[in-house]
Write a protein that binds this ligand. Structure first.
Ligand code: PNS
Length: 160
């Protein structure tokens, strides 16, 4: 049984993330989508809000997905969960340098854990949580970029 961790901030979850999750569920027996608790990073949605949203969106659709929260080193969390794989999405070459650095550092810390890079569908290759937040804050439409529930929450959050 292969367990994969898909870690991230997911602030908020986009269709790019959902695409990577869907691909992962076809490759691995269990996929743990792990939200990082990072007190240093200001977030739009609290970890609790993100967890609830992701439960509602992902669990009915993917039976082998589990949503969890983690803090501290990712490799320690992966070991604790007995995961063999870390999944990361790569959209463009610009993502690669940081991801490559992180994958090699994680390998140094835990050589038994393998990082697997996956690419989302090309129409999501320019999509990021940061841009989604900016567009929503400035009143633009994020329809087709994020699940409907996320779109609704963004509208509530930025209601004037
Ligand atoms: O969605 P993000 O913000 O790009 O995710 C980054 C994440 C959560 C994968 C990364 O920040 C992380 O793994 N943080 C946990 C702390 C850690 O293990 N740091 C060492 C990385 S080599």
């Amino acid at each position: 049984m292969t367990t994969a961790i898909y870690p991230g901030s997911f602030d908020p979850l986009t269709f790019g993330h959902v695409d990577i999750i869907e691909r992962s569920t076809r490759l691995f027996d269990k996929v743990i989508v792990a939200i990082l608790t990072n007190p240093q990073k200001a977030a739009l949605f609290t970890v609790k809000e993100r967890t609830e949203l992701m439960h509602d969106i992902l669990e009915p659709r993917f039976p082998n997905v589990e949503i969890d929260v983690f803090e501290g080193l990712l490799v320690d969390y992966a070991k604790q969960k007995k995961a063999q794989v870390i999944v990361r999405g790569i959209r463009a070459i610009s993502d690669y340098e940081y991801e490559f650095q992180m994958a090699l550092m994680n390998r140094r810390l835990a050589p038994e854990i393998e990082t697997v890079f996956m690419t989302p569908a090309e129409h999501y290759s320019y999509l990021s949580s940061r841009l989604v937040k900016e567009i929503a804050e400035l009143g633009g439409s994020v329809s087709g970029l994020v699940p409907e529930l996320v779109e609704k929450r963004l509208k509530q959050r930025f209601k004037k």
